[in-house]
Design a protein around this ligand. Structure first.
Ligand SMILES: [Zn+2]
Ligand SMILES: [Zn+2]
Length: 397
């Protein structure tokens, strides 16, 4: 793949007319805007159909009629967000080029218009903005990590990623347990939410039977630990199975044959993560006869080791990002950040500009998720634009 450095990009593309660079499929800027809009309406609603479906499934309960209507309204709004971001790239570039810059430059071609179009995040309700920012900040961390690796400054490895995940999980679970006492909670999207700190106190418990009065659950501890493990193990396996079988749904025998033992890995991670967490919490409650938010530190740390079964860079970084999110929401509530500052929205704009810039200029280190996202939302128009960029640069080399 080609890495478009500032030098090569400007040498190859700065004098190109916008129809060869930004909308290679049509001559006229107005036609380009219209066709891009159509592609993005289709792509954006397709993308969000998947997102909303997964979200409803993850909630794990049937929706009433009123909730269905509510979800559908949110779906329509999210779609507008996606199609505005996707389609405005072409239009903003044609306008910027005609009005302000007579040529394309490294920073004003993707970074600037995509930072501006991030303002479309206002179509989403505030709690969804927070979640989208969390996702994008995490992707920026991944992008930086990949960049450092490409420059030879560090090497990613499953062992190192697991260690980061262990430290991150320790901090994140501790903050989540403190956050449970908060009345204005920030929306978090995680495998499971730890129960609030129990106020009951009792004598230490010896042996493995029953439960300690301080345990943050009903029933006995063994059941509690095993039930969580089995449930999330099932969810993990189901997700992998669906991902493997769905593309081959028309050839059922082939689909079943494609299942392997290695497909249990995600299940092992999910199940191990919750199982170890619950086990450590219960052991501590039984030993000391009282519960404390601090128990989340060792519990989260050891639970994090489960990621070794199914290593992943974005997941390794996720608890760190979400810890920042909780700290950020506390800073807002304590008045350290003035309430009227649109920090979330600005952060989103910056992340979007940076990531889309990476998609076009530094494809090698761009997170996979962004490449797929742009492909889906623009109905593959993004790939056409990308190909035009690369071709021009290759011709100059
Ligand atoms: Zn144009
Ligand atoms: Zn227990």
């Amino acid at each position: 793949m080609v890495e478009a450095s500032k030098h090569w990009f400007e040498k190859a593309c700065s004098h190109a007319p916008c129809n060869t660079l930004i909308h290679p499929w049509t001559q006229k800027c107005t036609d380009a805007t219209a066709s891009m809009l159509m592609s993005c309406i289709k792509g954006s609603y397709k993308f969000y159909a998947m997102v909303y479906l997964i979200q409803i499934l993850m909630k794990g309960k049937k929706l009433g009629k009123q909730e269905m209507i509510e979800q559908f309204k949110l779906y329509l709004k999210s779609g507008i967000f996606g199609l505005t971001v996707g389609s405005s790239f072409v239009t903003l570039n044609c306008i910027f080029r005609a009005l302000f810059f007579s040529k394309f430059s490294y920073y004003t071609t993707v970074l600037l218009p995509c930072t501006v179009s991030g303002l479309a995040v206002y179509f989403e309700p505030p709690y969804r903005r927070v979640m989208v920012v969390n996702l994008f900040v995490n992707l920026v961390f991944e992008y930086w990590l990949r960049t450092l690796e490409m420059k030879g400054w560090l090497r990613r490895s499953p062992g190192k990623e697991t260690f980061i995940f262990m430290l991150g999980s320790a901090a994140f679970f501790y903050l989540m347990r403190l956050e449970r006492e908060n009345t204005k909670r920030t929306p978090l999207f995680w495998f499971f939410t730890p129960p609030r700190v129990s106020k009951e106190v009792g004598e230490p418990v010896i042996g493995i039977k029953g439960r300690s009065p301080a345990c943050p659950h009903k029933g006995n501890c063994i059941n509690y630990v095993l039930k969580g493990t089995a449930q999330l193990f099932g969810v993990g396996c189901l997700m992998t199975t669906l991902r493997t079988i769905l593309p081959r749904i028309l050839t059922p025998t082939k689909a079943l044959k494609s299942l392997r033992l290695s497909h249990l890995k995600l299940g092992l991670f999910f199940g191990g993560y919750i199982g170890i967490y619950r086990l450590v919490i219960c052991l501590l409650c039984r030993t000391y006869g009282k519960d404390s938010a601090l128990y989340a530190l060792p519990a989260g740390f050891f639970a994090g080791a489960a990621l070794r079964a199914s290593p992943s860079t974005p997941i390794a970084l996720a608890p760190v990002t979400s810890s920042f999110q909780i700290l950020g929401s506390w800073a807002y509530q304590k008045g350290m950040i003035p309430e009227h500052w649109p920090l979330v929205e600005l952060l989103y704009c910056l992340c979007q500009g940076l990531l889309f810039h990476a998609r076009v200029m530094h494809e090698d280190v761009c997170p996979r998720y962004i490449i797929n996202l742009m492909h889906t939302v623009t109905s593959s128009k993004a790939d056409e634009i990308q190909a035009a960029f690369i071709q021009r640069i290759l011709r100059t080399l």
